[in-house]
Design a protein around this ligand. Structure first.
Ligand code: B3K
Ligand code: ZN
Length: 845
């Protein structure tokens, strides 16, 4: 496969002024007719006329009305064209019903839909399928279906046809078409300048009752973007469509967002609180792309973080405003450590702005998205809120309608603040998570000195990393627990650097990296006493939570590696937290959660050990049991206090209570043999309570009857049945995980071509640390077997799930050999997709 490099960018030789598309829909033979106005690009040196096109049957092509005979290849076509403006007309045939890759135009449950990002438009017609080619689009759809949708505003329509016009120039990856038997959940929105926008959430018959929350989230997103970023919506209509077969969460096509039904459909009976929160965030994310992504797009795919990092940052601000800011921050860091750190510290490490790729779909990663958002959060911390707002205004004013780069993005900050961001830019070009070690000194004259040293482990992507700009937020506490120095932002730029705090009466206790002010790994020898002190007294909610996780991590690693007993400091600290009614229940639930087992393995590997997944699993079980026993007396009353008596609402307050209630139920089930879980299951009138009870019953080995009843109750609801598949794997014991997953793959409802069902089952296995890494290799071989089966049909989803193997070098030589064998088996498959080939090759290193 060919490698594409950032440094090789050249502009396309032609400018597209206007695109007209006509679709004559038929499941196996859809005709796509295009009429495109091109003119030579005065800024381009390369005048070759190459149009991308894949899997198309060319019927006819004309230039200015004259038949032409282009030279065809598997990637597209080349043709000699006039050096003056000309009209390209072309007719192709495609086969949506047999498109299992879910990219381009495909069918899902009888409905036509599209997914074009990143390079799917070339599977629809011949076109310069690159984000820096922007044009207005007019689309006519001919098809005998009740609902025919495309981007932009409505044009004329009639019996079995409809026209759409999108007045905003856009790249082809934002093109969308939907046709089918759909029902609208309608709404309206009045913009800040008084324009009325028609809103619709389109769903399959039967899903009408799951639309209200998504529609409300959309309206709140639209208002928020006006109020916080001054961004008004720019079309007369905004459509969202729910689709069952979809490779990812959702897609921000201009005026016609397409969603995985799991990322938009919600009802209290069928969705958990976490589902509601995720749906709200994704709706906001896709909506926010209208400005950060669509109006201002990317020059090339290397700039993906320009739209994704910024839009993730914006949706996290939105969630923080809608719900609890500290809870959102902690959740984001849990997610970053669980998904981005392994990427950044393994064979798949790449910079936030990668410099080469073979298949761009493999770079829609936690690094580009979540680390990309962290980089913007740091930038905002460094320049301050006011300058950030000014820079964003300048960005929108200067670059509206353009396809931009990270250089353009940083330049607006430089122009607004006068700062030189050359060194800061390393966050975009260097891979790897910086390690920040800390030393402190105290002198009796009242000066406290913190000395930081940063170093980033070298990787294939960044063999010799240079020092980065690290904003370190620090506060100081007196031994009495009182804060003696409020949060100060230290700006670290050197490899080693000291900062002094003067005029202190006694040696303070530092609270470092407050709010997780930079995506780094803090390496500091801290005594258990000091962690327990911070857990009790830190005024920074993030660091207070982090003290709890650090205590848990230390004791779990001591238990797993050295057979130590649970640390009383952790157990005592947790009992105090549990009983502290002054703390938000959602926050207490986060405090109670143990660090992920894969994360513990990473920490052990970092410290030079070979992690034993089974020992880690046992340590977690033992610690939970010890906490349940120590807290036994207080648990029943606490659990009672978490019961919600008001009608269900997915808001932060109620869901926080249910989250804590769920954590308490998990502890109680270890003591009461499942009585409370059975009771909760029987009475549950919402999915959050039903599922948390079912999970505990399965874990306790007492859920057989409920597992069956749950299936009978919900077999008509595919999103709920996904949960049923997932939960049985997640809650299985390590020795059972692979066989449970295998059995589920034999279930008649295991529709493996549906990405949600595939992920619910095999993704759940990959996420079961001790089960996936079972010593006999059963987890590895089951996953490999299914990846091999899925690859010919759906390379994107296959390639993404290969990442389950990325941490293989952490483990012992037996496990390494087993994984290497499975990766080699995948690599040896004839006709393996470019997507999966690239992933397996990189992981094998
Ligand atoms: N931009 C899309 C992701 C497209 C993924 C293509 N493999 C969704 C989002 O980030 O909003
Ligand atoms: Zn996005």
């Amino acid at each position: 496969p060919k490698t594409i490099y950032l440094q090789d960018y050249t502009p396309f030789g032609y400018i597209v002024d206007d695109v007209h598309l006509t679709f004559d829909l038929a499941p196996n033979a859809t005709r796509v007719t295009s009429r495109i106005a091109f003119r030579p690009n005065p800024d381009a040196e390369d005048t070759r006329f190459f149009l991308h096109g894949e899997g198309l049957t060319l019927i006819s092509a004309r230039i200015n009305g004259e038949e032409v005979d282009p030279e065809l290849s598997p990637e597209g076509l080349v043709l000699d064209v006039p050096a003056l403006p000309f009209i390209w007309e072309c007719e192709v045939e495609i086969d949506p019903a047999n498109n299992t890759a879910l990219e381009g135009l495909y069918m899902s449950n009888g409905m036509y839909c599209t997914q074009c990002e990143a390079e799917g438009f070339r599977k629809i017609t011949y076109y310069p399928d690159r984000p820096d080619v922007m044009s207005t689009f007019t689309v006519r759809i001919n098809g005998d279906l009740p609902v025919l949708l495309s981007n932009g505003n409505k044009g004329d329509s009639g019996e079995a046809w409809a026209e759409w016009h999108d007045p905003w120039p856009k790249p082809a990856y934002l093109f969308a078409l939907v046709a089918g038997e759909l029902i609208a959940h309608p709404g309206t929105f009045e913009t800040c300048t008084g324009r009325e926008v028609e809103l619709n959430l389109w769903v399959r018959p039967g899903d009408e009752g799951k639309c209200a929350f998504g529609m409300d989230a959309l309206k709140r997103s639209m208002r928020w973007d006006e109020e916080v970023y001054g961004r008004e919506y720019d079309l007369d209509i905004f459509n969202i469509v729910a689709v069952d077969d979809f490779n990812m969460g959702a897609m921000e096509n201009k005026g016609l967002n397409i969603f995985n039904s799991s990322a938009v459909l919600a009802s209290p009976e069928t969705s958990t609180d976490m589902n509601f929160e995720r749906i709200e965030a994704i709706i906001a994310h896709e909506y926010f792309h209208n400005w950060t992504g669509n109006r201002i797009t990317c020059r090339d795919w290397f700039q993906l973080c320009l739209k994704e990092g910024l839009t993730v940052f914006r949706d996290s601000q939105f969630t923080a405003d809608m719900r609890s800011a500290p809870v959102k921050r902690i959740s984001d860091v849990i997610d970053l450590r669980a998904r981005q750190f392994p990427e950044d510290n393994g064979p798949l490490a790449h910079p936030v702005r990668p410099e080469s790729f073979q298949e761009i779909n493999n770079f829609y990663t936690a690094t580009v998205y979540e680390k990309g958002a962290e980089v913007i959060a740091m930038l905002r911390r460094l320049v301050g809120d006011a300058a950030y707002a000014e820079a964003l205004d300048l960005y929108f004013a200067r670059h509206d309608g353009q396809a931009c780069t990270i250089e353009d993005w940083l330049k607006v900050f430089e122009d607004v603040t006068g700062r030189d961001l050359t060194q800061f830019k390393r966050w975009y070009s260097q891979a790897g998570t910086p390690r920040l070690s800390v030393q402190d000194d105290w002198d009796d004259a009242g000066t406290y000195r913190l000395t930081f040293t940063q170093s980033t482990p070298p990787s294939v992507a960044s063999p010799s990393p240079q020092p980065q700009v690290i904003p370190v937020a620090v506060g100081l506490l007196a031994p009495s627990g009182e804060e003696v120095a409020e949060t100060r932002l230290l700006e670290m730029t050197e490899a080693t650097q000291s900062f002094d705090f003067t005029g202190l009466p006694e040696r303070p206790v530092p609270s470092i990296l407050r709010g997780f002010s930079a995506p780094v790994i803090l390496e500091r020898e801290v005594t258990t006493e000091e962690r327990a002190f911070l857990l009790a007294h830190d005024t920074d909610p993030f660091n207070r939570w982090d003290a709890a996780t650090a205590l848990a991590r230390t004791t779990l690693n001591d238990m797993a590696l050295h057979g130590a007993a649970p640390d009383p400091a952790y157990l005592d600290g947790m009992c105090r937290v549990l009983g502290d009614d002054g703390l938000d229940p959602a926050y207490r639930a986060l405090m109670l959660a143990l660090p992920g087992q894969s994360e513990l393995a990473a920490a052990q590997a970092d410290a030079g050990h070979r992690p034993d997944p089974m020992a880690i699993w046992t340590a977690c079980e033992t610690l939970r049991q010890a906490l349940a026993e120590q807290a036994a007396e207080m648990l029943p009353a606490l659990f009672e206090a978490c019961q919600v008596t008001e009608p269900y609402s997915p808001d932060a307050e109620q869901s926080g209570k249910r989250a804590l209630g769920g954590a308490l139920l998990a502890l109680l089930t270890r003591l009461d043999g499942g009585a409370r879980a059975e009771d909760q299951y029987a009475k549950a009138d919402n999915m959050t309570l039903q599922l948390s009870a079912l999970g505990q019953l399965i874990r306790a080995g007492k859920g057989d009857a409920q597992v069956e009843a749950f299936y009978d109750q919900w077999q008509g609801d595919r999103l709920v049945i996904d949960k049923w598949f997932m939960l049985q794997v997640v809650q299985s014991t390590p020795d059972q995980a692979a066989s449970v997953a295998r059995k589920l793959t034999e279930h008649p409802d295991f529709n493996w071509k549906n990405p949600n069902r595939f992920r619910a089952t095999l993704g759940a296995l990959a996420g079961h640390h001790a089960g996936f890494h079972a010593a006999d290799g059963s987890g590895y071989s089951l996953l490999a077997e299914w990846l091999i089966k899925l690859d010919p049909l759906n390379p994107q989803t296959t390639a993404r799930m290969c990442a389950a193997f990325q941490t293989w070098r952490r483990y012992d030589s037996d496990r390494q050999a087993l994984i290497r064998a499975e990766l080699s088996r995948i690599a040896a498959q004839p006709g393996l997709s470019r997507d999966t080939t690239e992933m397996v090759t990189r992981i094998l290193g």
